[in-house]
Design a binder for this molecule. Structure first.
Ligand code: 4NP
Length: 157
């Protein structure tokens, strides 16, 4: 059984590519690549075809995550027929996804940080217009969230 996970943010160049790269690497390191597949998308069409943001790529690479194979894409209705878990980085993007979701979607649509209930933040802050510390905060939250998500998926499968 394959579980497919889609991370969604606004631009698909900062937060969701980070989660995509981190989860894919953690899954590969644990030999789970055939059981857990991962992708990311943006709710906007602003960065279709773009590499992840340079700051995002640099911070990720410092911890060993290479995001250079990723390109931005926009989430589409058909994604709900493909993915089992669609995880939004913030409430604005979750609202967008809830409006886009077909009525019969039987998968899990929610906030990524719901897998980290002990974390006081419920949303991963948008780092795009801020300083370098925001990108490190994204990576810290994403790494912890991906560890929790993997445990949840293994317990559910
Ligand atoms: P992301 O960050 O949603 O984490 O990819 C953003 C990237 C680009 C913009 C906003 C947020 N933008 O305004 O272009």
């Amino acid at each position: 059984m394959v579980t497919k996970v889609l991370f969604v943010c606004l631009g698909n160049i900062c937060r969701s590519p980070t989660a995509h790269g981190v989860l894919a690497q953690k899954v590969a390191q644990r030999g789970l690549s055939k059981r857990i597949q991962v992708d990311s998308a943006g709710t906007s069409d602003w960065h279709i075809g773009s590499l992840p943001d340079k700051r995002t790529r640099q911070v990720a690479l410092q911890r060993g995550y290479d995001l250079s194979d990723q390109r931005g894409r926009q989430v589409i209705r058909e994604d709900f027929a493909v993915f089992d878990y669609i995880l939004a980085m913030d409430k604005q993007n979750l609202n967008h996804l809830q409006r886009l979701a077909p009525a019969g979607f039987s998968g899990h649509l929610g906030l990524f940080l719901d897998f980290l209930p002990q974390q006081p933040l419920r949303e991963i802050p948008d780092p795009y217009h801020g300083g370098p510390e925001g990108f490190i905060q994204v990576l810290d939250l994403v790494e912890a969230g991906c560890d929790a998500l993997i445990e949840k998926l293994l317990a559910t499968a």
